[in-house]
Design a protein around this ligand. Structure first.
Ligand code: FAD
Length: 465
């Protein structure tokens, strides 16, 4: 790789090689995991380039291709498995400058990959009375390109499912990594080639995302004496077809009270909680449902005085991986796992594992629609001791029929379904023939013979320290 040649060739663009900035822009939230923290702490790129438009981007890519420099696409850097970290050094491709947002149409909006999710949602709301169907809890900072390439779901998944479910990304425009980069447009099934591919097989420059009518969402915390009551309530509520929800999460004590600086004061230390967002027009119905389940409303956003939100951050910033963030801040020994519980026995499985693992885990559940059925993902907080114990815990979850998306690994496959995706691999072969995009993240490319069933850990030999 010819870094000096690259700097010389791209000197007329917005480039940066200040070591402090390079270090900052070469990391994401990998430190959620003590294992990734140890493995990736020294990773650093050589140059940041921030193209302002697609033409500049194409120039950057063809130059990097010629000089055989690895390219790591980057949005806001909020991924949490080292996804946006340049393992082999090289070019950090900052895409936040591609941030145009077109006038929303009925049912969809087209935006540059670098536009933040909050900006897109706000344009949709103010210009068309619509809203994004799904967004991550990093709404305020994350880019839409980063969400499509690195995310999986979030607020809205209780209604609309996962990000990779057909229809949740309408269209994506990508640039290939070749001597003469091509522009491709993907729709339908084709979008899945780049969705959650960590930017390993194309650089997304623009996406079209589906919109739904914008509602007034009331935020609520419902408290229960016991965690099993909170789980039962959330599961039943998720299945109430007439009550429109945008978010539904259940948390064991003492998460809410101990870890949330703003919302914790509304909850007692030993109460289990359900955090939810409900459409205002369904509030009376929701309250009746809460009475049936003997829950206690401990926080309701539209009843606060003097202003509607009383200076509080949005409630969804207590959910998904924000829960992990605040728990880790409160106790740096707390880390996490990401679990898919077996449907329809998810509640039984959760409670059985809770009894088995005791205080080593604190349960956090996110309710999600899977193929029309309400099931649940777990993001349990784990009191970290050793990597070996983490592996044992994963095995225990798997032995109970759970699928574990291991957040302590930086590869697509190990963080996902533990098998390679032939479509994403074939797409990489076509569009990144030199393998320059985000090296070390796709095992299928680096080491096709890797045996996923042998329970071994993949160590990318190209990590530059
Ligand atoms: P980055 O972190 O910059 O990049 C993510 C991945 O996408 C990287 O592999 C990068 O190389 C690639 N990439 C970025 N832009 C492009 C592009 N234009 N073309 C090709 N590849 C690209 N995720 C969820 O799904 N749901 C959540 O609710 C959620 N909550 C989170 C809460 C916290 C506190 C944190 C730290 C993370 C959370 N995440 C969540 C993970 C992360 O925030 C999301 O995936 C987010 O959308 C990433 O956006 P980003 O712009 O920060 O992307």
């Amino acid at each position: 790789m010819d870094i000096q040649g690259l700097k010389n060739a791209l000197g007329h663009l917005n480039i940066e090689d200040n070591p402090a900035v390079l270090k900052k822009k070469s990391r994401d939230f990998y430190w959620f995991s003590p294992i990734l923290k140890r493995e990736l702490d020294q990773v650093i790129g050589d140059l940041i380039v921030s193209p302002k438009n697609e033409a500049e981007l194409i120039e950057v890519i063809s130059t990097a291709f010629r000089m055989e420099v690895p390219i790591t696409p980057r949005g806001a850097g909020t991924g949490n498995y080292g996804q946006a970290m340049p393992l082999s050094g090289g070019l950090v491709l900052n895409l936040l400058g591609l941030n145009d947002i077109d006038e929303p149409q009925i049912g969809s909006v087209v935006a540059g990959a670098g536009a933040t999710i909050a900006e897109i949602d706000s344009v949709a709301r103010f210009q068309s009375a619509q809203e994004l169907r799904i967004f991550p809890s990093t709404y305020r900072t994350a880019s839409i390109g980063g969400f499509v390439a690195g995310g999986s779901g979030g607020i809205g998944s209780i209604r609309w499912g996962g990000l990779r479910d057909l229809g949740n990304i309408t269209r994506a425009r990508i640039v290939t990594v070749e001597a003469r980069p091509r522009i491709l447009t993907l729709e339908g099934d084709e979008v899945l080639k780049i969705a959650h591919a960590y930017g390993t097989n194309g650089v997304i420059t623009q996406v079209e995302m589906p919109l739904a009518p914008a509602y007034t969402w009331v935020e609520m915390i419902v408290a229960f004496d016991q965690f099993d009551q909170a789980c039962g309530f959330a599961d039943d509520l998720g299945n109430q077809d007439g009550i429109l929800l945008k978010e539904l999460a259940a948390m064991a004590a003492p998460i809410a009270q101990s870890f949330f600086a703003h919302h914790g004061k509304y909850v007692c230390h030993d109460q289990a909680t359900v955090f939810l967002m409900c459409a205002a027009q369904n509030l009376a119905a929701l309250k009746s449902f809460i009475v049936r389940h003997k829950g206690e409303i401990s926080f309701q956003s539209d009843t606060l005085s003097p202003g509607p939100l009383h200076g509080l951050p949005p409630l969804f910033e207590c959910t998904w991986n924000h829960t992990t963030l605040f728990a880790h801040h409160a106790n740096p020994n707390l880390t996490y796992l990401q679990i898919l519980y077996p449907y329809p026995h998810h509640l039984k499985t959760i409670l059985r594992l809770k009894n088995l693992l005791g205080s080593e885990i604190i349960d956090h559940l996110e309710f999600v629609r899977f193929d029309g059925r309400i099931g649940c993902m777990g993001i349990p907080l784990i009191l970290f001791t050793t990597e070996e114990r983490m592996e044992e815990l994963i095995k225990i979850y798997e032995d109970h029929g759970c699928i574990v998306f291991n957040p302590h690994r930086y590869t697509l496959e190990e963080g996902g379904m533990k098998r390679s995706d032939p479509e994403q691999l074939a797409f990489k072969r076509e569009n990144d023939p030199r393998g320059l995009l985000n090296p070390g993240k796709m095992i299928a490319w680096d080491k096709p013979e890797f045996n996923f069933s042998a329970n071994q850990k993949y160590l990318f030999s190209g990590i530059r320290r």
